[in-house]
Design a binder for this molecule. Structure first.
Ligand code: NAP
Length: 538
């Protein structure tokens, strides 16, 4: 357990019986039970549970609707309920700070009696919209009002808000037991890292659909995926920065690798607002607060170019490969506020091709390669394959983008095959180059075809970027899309006798290169592959 931070499991329904739910929570590793009486609704069931012998400490609360709760009855009834609950001697009574400052004598007396017998008063503040109060002064006001435990819950717009909340916790947590969490999926890191910042407790749901607040992880996610039991105040923080990142399987793959190699580190999703200013604000918070302990970042859409420009402006090192790709997918902290940028998508592409036995003898030199797409993945493919002596041509739906990429990286480009096997009118001819006589044959003649578009990505998994008849038997067809694991393109290619390379091979290759750069250990590829396969099968 990190520090003394406890895991509290909220109970939000009367059925199955509360005692049964509490027993399941205890078995699953909960250390505290929270009775959300506003959600449970059945005060009789709650009182009966509190009268029985309890095997875990209990928080009792009746959350007001104005603070994100489900109570819809008269306020006087809620206050009377809270006083009645206090007399049942829960271990903690949670009252909203806004309620407490004008609480009726009956509730204050009941809370004082509870505290007289060792019970603790949590005074809480929940901002269901944002983070509109200053954390430090709000904390001071709540503590001064007599809270044994201060609870401040904000709503995070992005991971930057969440990290700011954790810096506030780091400053005041030693003064008074404090719970500081951010609601919403961008706040996940505040819940997972609560132990690192010595919060009094964090909340986790008994099952994925039994949470009491948006963004709350399940107990299994917290303990297994996010390594709660193995983490402590010195645990280094790594993560994936993008927008959105909820779908990223980086946490599954990286945390499996961290566990297998015995690193004191955890890897979390960090959704950062999509504009360049959003990225800069995030990096500024890390620079201002080295105590956050963030040591390495995977960078994904739309921040790969933002990261490159940010490093270049700050005069921080960037590898030649990342510069040629115009994209940084890996940031490594080299000193407080100092970072180095790299691109391991290139390593991922090379690693995926290295596993193909058809290339084992003769290698990649001189191979004709058709790259579909002109975004970040396509750039990485062009850079990787040119460096290995391939003859690369780029094809993209938006011809101007293909032309720009071809110009910058000095490769050829061709016209995009329209649906139904026809050809887009734009292409080299439209852009001032002479079009080959039989453009349709060009892609089909390639030794290696790499899909670097997002066509075929879940949920549009029945789409393919090119007509099946362009898949030449004997060619190597590599789809960088890894969700689903077997795309429509790869199914068609396999059926036509091509050698296929799934996007998972690239995903593992780029993540493995990050593990090796960050931790200086060989990446446990089979374990990472198994973690990815398990995540994709859910
Ligand atoms: P990006 O920069 O946004 O580029 C997207 C590319 O897809 C552009 O070339 C775009 O063409 C094309 N495209 C999108 N929708 C299309 C459609 N309906 N028809 C034809 N072309 C279409 O994204 P990226 O970073 O390069 O990533 C692209 C894909 O690569 C991702 O979806 C991901 O699956 C894969 N990827 C995999 C890994 C891995 O580790 N396996 C790593 C990175 C990326 P326009 O220019 O015409 O818009």
């Amino acid at each position: 357990m990190p520090g003394k931070t406890l895991i509290a499991v909220p109970l939000v329904e009367a059925s199955p019986p509360l005692a049964e739910q509490a027993a399941s929570a205890l078995r699953a590793g909960a250390q505290v039970i929270e009775l959300r009486v506003d959600r449970i609704g059945d005060l009789g069931a709650v009182e009966q549970f509190l009268r029985r012998e309890r095997r875990l400490p209990v928080i009792a609360t009746v959350r007001a609707a104005s603070e994100g709760g489900s109570w819809t009855g008269p306020e006087n009834d809620r206050l009377a309920f809270l006083a009645r609950l206090a007399r049942r001697r829960p271990d903690y009574l949670d009252v909203e700070y806004a309620t407490w400052v004008s609480a009726p004598p009956e509730l204050r007396t009941a809370a004082a009696e509870l505290r007289g017998t060792g019970g603790r008063l949590i005074l809480s503040h929940h901002d269901t919209v944002g983070a509109r109060a200053d954390f430090a002064s709000l904390h001071a006001r709540i503590a001064a009002a007599g809270a044994d435990v201060v609870k401040i819950v904000f709503t995070a717009g992005d991971a930057t808000d969440g990290l700011r909340l954790l810096t506030g916790l780091a400053q005041v947590g030693a003064q008074r037991p404090t719970i500081a969490l951010a609601m919403g999926s961008p706040g996940l890191a505040t819940r997972v890292l609560a132990g690192r910042f010595a919060a009094h407790l964090t909340f986790a749901a008994l099952s994925p659909d039994a949470g009491s607040a948006p963004g709350q992880p399940s107990l299994a996610e917290l303990r297994v995926l996010y390594r709660w039991d193995e983490s402590g105040p010195e645990t280094a923080v790594y993560g994936v920065v993008g927008w959105p990142v909820g779908h990223s399987l980086g946490p599954q793959v990286h945390n499996a690798a961290l566990r297998a190699t015995g690193q004191d580190a955890v890897y979390v999703p960090l959704p950062v607002r999509p504009d360049e200013a959003g990225f800069e604000n995030f990096m500024q918070v890390l620079a201002d607060h080295p105590e956050l302990g963030v040591a390495g970042l995977s960078i994904t859409l739309p921040h790969k170019e933002h990261a490159l420009r940010w490093l270049e402006r700050a005069g921080m090192p960037v590898t030649d490969v990342a510069r040629r790709c115009r994209a940084v997918n890996t940031l490594t902290r080299t000193a407080a506020g100092r970072w180095a940028g790299d691109n391991t998508d290139v390593d991922g592409i090379v690693a995926a091709l290295a596993g193909v036995s058809a290339l084992a003898g003769s290698g990649l030199g001189g191979r004709r390669v058709a790259v579909l797409g002109a975004g970040g993945a396509a750039r990485a493919a062009v850079v990787a394959l040119q460096e290995r002596g391939c003859d690369v041509t780029v094809y993209n739906r938006t011809a101007e983008r293909a032309a720009r990429l071809a110009h910058e990286l000095r490769c050829a480009f061709g016209p995009w095959p329209a649906r139904g096997g026809g050809w887009d009118a734009r292409g080299p001819a439209a852009l001032g180059q002479s079009a080959p006589a039989a453009v349709g044959a060009e892609i089909a003649r390639a030794d290696i075809l790499i899909n670097c578009t997002s066509v075929g990505l879940w949920p549009a998994e029945n789409d393919a970027p090119v007509p099946d008849d362009l898949l030449r038997p004997g060619a190597i067809v590599f789809d960088t899309v890894y969700n689903p694991p077997e795309t429509r393109l790869l199914r068609a290619a396999r059926a036509r006798g091509c050698t296929v390379i799934p996007g998972a091979a690239m995903f593992i290759g780029q993540a493995a290169a990050q593990i090796e750069r960050w931790h200086g250990v060989p990446a446990p590829r089979p374990i990472m592959e198994a973690a990815l396969a398990a995540a994709l099968s859910h």
